[in-house]
Structures are given as C-alpha cells and as structure tokens.
Design a protein around this ligand. Structure first.
Ligand SMILES: *Cc1c(COP(=O)(O)O)cnc(C)c1O
Length: 413
C-alpha cells in the first residue's frame, strides 16, 4: 500500500474524532455571552490605576532568562458569581492574596495565554494577532467552567498596562515583551464544581531571543511511554493542568540527551506536538512537490497562533494570493495526520525536507534529530539551522510582527 493511500485510510479512521473536536471548538468560540445579562462584564471604563512610586531597576539584556523578570505593574480583575466582573485594577507587581482553600490550588482551575508585544526602531509598540489569544482564552475558560468575558474589553486593558510599562520593552531585534494573561478559580471552599469566585490577572516580562545564537536545531525524544493529550481530553485548551505532567517526561528525555518530547499518539505513532509547541513536517512527494504537513485540530492539538500563521502564509503562497520569496513555487499545505512510519520512510527515500516546532516563544524551532524506538533519525537542516520552508516562512512572520511587512496581524498598542 502506498504512503498516500495509508495516509488517506488513517484520515478516514480519524474523521469522526476531528469532526467532534471541530464542533466542540466552534461551540465554545461562538458562545461568548456573559453568564446572565444581569452580571457585569469586564468594563475598561471602571479601571483604577495605582502607580508604583519606586520603579524597579531594569535587567541587563545580555543575561536575560525567559520569564524571570517582571515589569512594574500588573492588571487584576476579580469576578464573583453574584455580580460578575468587578472593576479592573492596575497596581504595582506583587504577591496575590489567596486562601489555602482556593480551588485553583487543589483542582488546577487555571488557564493561561502567551503573547508578545514588539517595539520597533521608531518606538512604535505592536501586538501580534492578539484577538486570537483573547478567543482562545475564552475557549479555555468555557472548558473548565471559569467565567467568560468580552475579549475586546480585556485587550483594551492589556494595551493600557503595556503602555504604562512600555519602557520595559527592549528595542533590540529578537527581543520583546512576553504577556501572560491568567485566569484562576478562587472559590474559598474545596468542593469540585464551577467556582463562585475567580481572578483574572496579567503580568509582563521582557524576553530575549529564544536561542542565543541563531536558530539552533534541537533533538527530540519520540515519546510513546507518556501522552500529553488524549481523545476527548483537554489538550486543545491552554489549561495549567496540561503542563505539570509533561515535566517528568521532559526531564527523562533530557537525561538521554534530547531537549524535548515529540509527543506521539496511539499504536500508529501519530506525531502530535513538540514539547509545548505545534509541529510541522515537510516531505517531497512522488511528483517532487513539497508538502508542508501539520496534524489536524482533532482535540489533542493546541490551536496555536503560530501554527495558524505558518499555515496561512504557506496557503497564501500556494494559492498565489501572496507569494513568499524563497518558497518553492509549487507547495501543498496539509492539515492531516502524519505517523512516525511515514516520516521514517520519507527519510529513507531522501524525501524528508525538515521537521520543526512552532510557538510564540521560539516562533520556529528546527529539529535535527529524533530518537525513535532506540534509533536516532537524523533530520535534514539548512546551513543556519532552518529548513527550506521554515526559513522563508519565519522571515515573513518576523516581518509582520515587527511591522516591516504591512499586515492586519500587527495591532498597534
Ligand atoms: C501555547 C502552545 C502552543 C503554541 O501556541 P502559540 O499560540 O503559537 O504560542 C502549542 N502547543 C501547546 C501545548 C501550547 O501550550
């Protein structure tokens, strides 16, 4: 049986799963409504700002580690089941006051987002597709019975917080301000159920380039002994509960010289994600045409903003709507299941072009080695680490992020 007919058979088997996950996601995304009309939504006009008087010293950009330093201020918005969202507050960055009975501490009633603000050479500050983060945050909240909200109102407040701490955004290329919106259940009673109190907060952290020297390829351990996500589980939502269980598998991979897990699923060994990033693989087909493949949103894949950006850019190129220089003229872009046997076969045939992770933190993370069932598969990489498709796509994404390439994805703060 040929590889493509195998792929078709696998797709057919998974079609019901994908359909169900798509329906679920569409339902969450289309049902943004405050719990009842009587409850207050997030209201930026009620914002109270308490500025810090003793501004913190700013870190040396050279040794800046990811997510360790936070800016002067934070945004908090409390919620109760009786009255909805209370007045938003911007206050000096500092500890939260939580009772030990708070449900977040017992049942992981917590979700988060990760997005970045960029400052260009003229000092203009922009966000990258922040509407997608707001939508996803609401989707995550719906999944674990935390309160939903108006995403535009939260985005307005996040912009106000960024403007207040804008001097923390490094202007250097590759640097940015990482934004971490979080929503937790703070009910002060340890029963499992929808919490009657919640707290939304947003903190900001200046960050440097993910890799110090260019885009250094990483080695992955193809993981079959643990799973990150399961059918009908919560892998498609950015919930805190999905991340603690991945730490031990990552540490075990590291002991064997692999920096991340390549999460496989099922006896077929479907590729799903890389660490906490989405995953792409590029294979040249029998006709010599490159196919860029990422697994479909079947409920086990986190719907990444970077994943969507890579797909959109590749599809605009393939359709001729917006050609990207450096990409092969003919390109097939597929959201379809892909298995380790298919990757192994492509490697054997000399048809594997590249394999890479995609996420906000690193943008593109090329892979040069995959440890799979005791063997090391050596994955081709370009001279600077990036492969033939990821390199031009990364340049396009960075250009749009920095506003050098005009695009509706770049939103002014
Ligand atoms: C956040 C995340 C991604 C990437 O999403 P982006 O929106 O591109 O940053 C991918 N997989 C997992 C598991 C994630 O948590």
């Amino acid at each position: 049986m040929s590889l493509s007919s195998l792929a078709l058979r696998w797709s057919a088997r998974r079609a019901p799963l994908i359909a169900r996950a798509t329906t679920l996601c569409a339902r969450y995304n289309s049902t943004y409504t405050p719990q009842t009309a009587a409850l207050a939504d997030i209201d930026p006009s009620r914002l109270k700002v308490t500025k810090r008087t003793d501004l913190k010293p700013q870190p040396d950009l050279e040794g800046l580690a990811f997510g360790r330093v936070f800016t002067d201020h934070m945004l908090t918005i409390p919620w109760t089941a009786e009255s909805g969202w209370d007045a938003p507050q911007i206050t000096p960055y500092g500890p939260l006051h939580l009772e030990p009975s708070s449900t977040v501490l017992h049942y992981a009633q917590t979700l988060f987002e990760g997005m970045k603000a960029y400052k260009n050479a003229e000092g203009k500050v922009t966000l990258f597709r922040p509407d997608m983060n707001m939508k996803r945050m609401i989707t995550s909240a719906s999944r674990i019975a935390l309160p939903t909200f108006n995403g535009d109102a939260l985005l307005d407040l996040i912009k106000q917080l960024i403007r207040l701490d804008a001097h923390w955004i490094p202007e250097r290329p590759g640097y940015s301000l990482y934004i971490r919106p979080t929503l937790i259940g703070t009910q002060r009673a340890i029963g499992v159920g929808p919490p009657d109190e919640a707290l939304l907060f947003v903190i900001l952290s200046p960050v440097g380039p993910y890799y110090k020297t260019g885009f250094k390829p990483v080695a992955l351990h193809a993981t079959t002994e643990y799973s990150r996500a399961a059918p009908g589980g919560t892998g498609a939502f950015k919930l805190g509960a999905n991340y603690a269980p991945g730490v031990v598998p990552q540490r075990e991979a590291a002991v064997h010289g692999y920096s991340q897990n390549l999460w496989l699923h099922g006896p077929e060994h479907y590729l799903t994600e890389v660490g906490t990033m989405n995953m792409f693989v590029a294979i040249r087909n029998a006709q010599g045409v490159a196919e860029l493949i990422t697994p479909p949103l079947d409920g086990m894949i986190l719907p990444g903003v970077t994943r969507d950006s890579v797909l959109s850019i590749a599809r605009e190129h393939a359709s001729g709507a917006h050609k990207i220089s450096g990409l092969p003229d003919q390109l097939i872009v597929s959201e379809r299941p892909v298995t380790m046997p298919e990757v192994k076969q492509a490697l054997k045939d000399g048809a594997l072009l590249e394999l890479f992770g995609a996420g906000t933190a690193a943008i593109i993370s090329p892979v040069d080695r995959v440890g799979y069932l005791g063997d090391d598969l050596i994955i081709p990489t370009g001279p600077d680490g990036l492969g033939p498709l990821s390199k031009p796509i990364l340049a396009e994404i960075q250009g749009r992020q920095r506003g050098e390439i005009p695009s509706s994805w770049s939103v002014a703060v």
